[in-house]
Ligand binder design. Structure first.
Ligand code: ADP
Length: 698
């Protein structure tokens, strides 16, 4: 080539450069650049031209093929790397003859099958050090003629020129991608903060993340507080996991366990080559994990779980994927934590509401202004309301009317000022019916974070039962005093008569006086004994005793002395006790005195005739019958028989000693043994007492 020819050729190539520069000014995607370059070179040189450009690493190459007449096609080549390797020369551009190729399989490769004799190849020299993978590629002129305007010496400059446009396109692509990622993270963050339900959070997250990372699956594992184990969210695990137990990893187990324990993210592109991977989950599910990127979910430096993306569809996970997943992890962790806290708050609220509603005491909450915010069922009942309408929203001191003592207003003031103490006041509150109910009101104040009063709680304990018990106790003492006074006065009177010598010379009289003293003393003694027994029973000692009471033994001890006494008094005594009565459970002492009282009464209140005692098993019960032909009980006295200190007029008139405590105690004791007592009596004919006690189960 002479000088003139060379200058002409340079001018000529200039045309190509100008043409390409013009073409590529507005082309901002790499595929567009490659297509334009292939076309322009092929048309300019009249030589079939191929531009190859790597897709994702280790996956495939895109190829643009254009004939000299401008016929352009695009192809995707899967296994062109070895063919390209044969063309890579240290100097850059290379001319390779097909004949000189090392192996037959290369000749059959996607590129070489298009070639007849040789290829002029120049790699595209991309600058290294970019954030994503540096693409590979090159320009191939297939079978170029000797006088081809592009040759080994000038094609490298062309390649550099083109690389600038390609690189610009890649950068633009990356910016676009980052913009999309940013938008997605922004959208996700926004939508995550808008919901407090964990399921919603996870559902909102999965699809966008899977799409943008182009992965097969996303999974989330949360750290179980008690064990530290990671439990994977079942809803995200897909159909393969549906019939399996939840996936659970111990701290440090598997990639998720390692990430949760260390708090450091991991990218693993071939999990089966990594010993940290825990393959059992794959074995169970049939899912095949290839690559994993796993980031910790952290809240205030504490790992609450992990977020995993599994099996990237094109190529390996890289730092860009990691950054993206980390960007999502922070708002996700915060959202999950919020949902958990919200759940805890709701659970706590339900707990408090339940306590509030099942409390037997009346409860009232009042806000800082003194208005009722809530009243429980028990308080409504206490006040005689059907609904809380009359109370809620109104000033507490107006709707809770306190009868005696200080007004509720004053008490509320006390509660307001009592720091840490819970003041109490006993009072009467008005009932809707117009009456009043005695209550003990306890109050407590609740402060907010600033120490300002935010709420007050009042508990109303119904004092009616206590008051009733107090009244009964008072009556009881009153009765005792009365009952003790009578025999004591009698004893005192007869003792004085004796001392004053009123029966000095009359032995029979003295004997009668002493008889009265003795009888009244007996009565006093018995009364004291019975009262002690009663006190014991009322102290609920019986509730605590659960002995097996063998009734046959009891009757053996009890009946002979009583039978003797009956016979002494000229009565006919008969007994019919079934052998091997079932035992009953309870207090032996109590049952003994029940039976003794009944039989003693029968003997005591029978002047002549017979007394009969029977005991037998019937329908899981033991039935004891005590029958006499005594004085009987007048009908009008029968309802009062079992009351404390009650004695029928007939007994008092006949001067039959007694305290009126026996039957009261019998009934109490029988009922405490879950039994029953019945009486049938006709005045002047006799009485029949029947008790039934449940037999102990075998
Ligand atoms: P007490 O026998 O000490 O008077 P109780 O409580 O045992 O007291 O009995 C109360 C009253 O019931 C007796 O005072 C008596 O009037 C009447 N009563 C009890 N048992 C009989 C009976 N078997 N026959 C007639 N009256 C009876």
């Amino acid at each position: 080539m002479d000088n003139q020819e060379a200058v002409a050729q340079i001018d000529h190539i200039h045309t190509l450069w100008e043409q390409l520069t013009r073409e590529l000014t507005d082309v901002l995607d790499a595929h567009g650049v490659c297509a334009a370059v292939t076309y322009e070179i092929a048309v300019f040189t009249g030589v079939r031209t191929v531009v190859v450009l790597s897709g994702p690493p280790d996956k495939y190459f895109d190829a643009w093929i254009c004939d000299g007449n401008g016929d352009l096609q695009q192809a995707r080549w899967n296994d062109v790397q070895p063919a390209l390797d044969t063309l890579r020369a240290p100097g850059g551009a290379v001319r390779q003859e097909k004949m000189a190729l090392p192996a037959a399989e290369i000749i059959d490769s996607d590129l070489w099958v298009l070639v007849e004799d040789d290829v002029l190849f120049v790699p595209l020299p991309f600058p290294t050090g970019r954030s994503s993978n540096v693409p590979q590629g090159g320009i191939c002129l297939l079978d170029p003629p000797d006088q081809c305007p592009l040759n080994q010496s000038n094609i490298e400059t062309l390649a550099t020129h083109i690389t600038i446009f390609l690189d610009r396109a890649f950068l633009r692509q990356e910016i676009d991608r980052q913009q999309v990622e940013f938008d997605i993270v922004y959208d996700l963050t926004y939508s995550l903060t808008a919901t407090l339900k964990k399921e919603n959070i996870l559902n909102q997250l999965i699809d966008p993340v899977r799409r943008i990372l182009n992965v097969e699956a996303i999974s989330i594992g949360l750290v179980e507080e008690t064990t530290g184990d990671i439990i994977f969210e079942e809803t995200l695990m897909g159909p393969l996991f549906q019939k399996l137990p939840p996936v659970r990893l111990r701290p440090g187990q598997g990639i998720a366990g390692v990430v949760a324990e260390s708090g450091e993210s991991l990218i693993i592109n071939n999990v089966y080559k990594d010993e940290r991977f825990f393959p059992k989950v794959d074995t169970q599910s049939g899912f095949r994990t290839e690559s994993i990127i796993c980031v910790p979910l952290q809240v205030e430096g504490r790992v609450i779980g992990i977020l995993e993306a599994i099996n990237k569809r094109n190529g390996n996970f890289n730092q860009t994927d990691l950054r993206l997943l980390q960007a999502i992890a922070s708002p996700l962790a915060a959202a999950i934590e919020n949902a958990r806290l919200h759940g805890d708050v709701l659970a706590e609220k339900r707990r408090v509401e339940t306590i509030f509603s099942i409390m037997p005491e009346g409860m009232l909450t009042v806000n800082a202004e003194g208005r009722v915010t809530e009243a429980n069922e028990a308080l409504l009942t206490l006040m005689g309301y059907q609904t809380d309408e009359p109370l809620v929203g109104n000033p507490a001191s107006e709707v809770i009317r306190v009868r005696s003592g200080e007004e509720l207003d004053g008490f509320m003031e006390k509660v307001r000022e009592a720091h840490g103490e819970n003041p109490q006041v006993a009072s009467d509150i008005e009932h809707a019916s117009g009456g009043s109910v005695p209550v003990l009101i306890s109050g407590a104040s609740i402060q907010d974070e600033e120490g300002e009063l935010s709420e007050m709680i009042f508990v109303f304990s119904d004092l009616r039962q206590i008051r009733e018990l107090e009244r009964m106790r008072d009556d009881f003492f009153h009765n005792i005093v009365h009952e003790l006074r009578t025999p004591l006065a009698t004893i005192l009177m007869y003792a004085r008569l004796l001392r004053e010598g009123k029966a000095q010379d009359d032995e029979a009289k003295a004997d009668r006086f002493l008889g009265v003293i003795e009888r009244e003393s007996d009565r006093l003694q018995q009364m004291v004994r019975q009262m002690l027994q009663l006190a014991k029973m009322e102290a609920r000692e019986i509730q605590r005793s659960s002995e097996r009471v063998e009734l046959n033994h009891l009757f053996d001890d009890l009946l002979p002395p009583l039978a003797d006494r009956a016979v002494e008094r000229g009565l006919v005594f008969s007994q019919k006790i079934q052998p091997e009565l079932p035992p009953i459970v309870g207090s032996q002492e109590m049952i003994y005195s029940v039976l003794k009282n009944l039989v003693e009464n029968a003997v005591k209140f029978t002047i002549s005739g017979s007394v009969r005692v029977e005991a037998k098993r019937r329908d899981g019960m033991v039935r004891v019958l005590v029958q006499d032909e005594g004085i009987g009980i007048p009908e009008e006295a029968q309802p009062n028989l079992f009351k404390r200190f009650y004695r029928a007029q007939t007994a008092v008139e006949r001067g039959i000693a007694g305290t009126g405590l026996g039957l009261y105690m019998v009934k109490e004791a029988v009922e405490r043994h879950r039994g029953s007592i019945q009486v049938e009596s006709v005045e002047g004919e006799g009485s029949t007492f029947v008790i039934e006690l449940p037999a102990a189960e075998e």
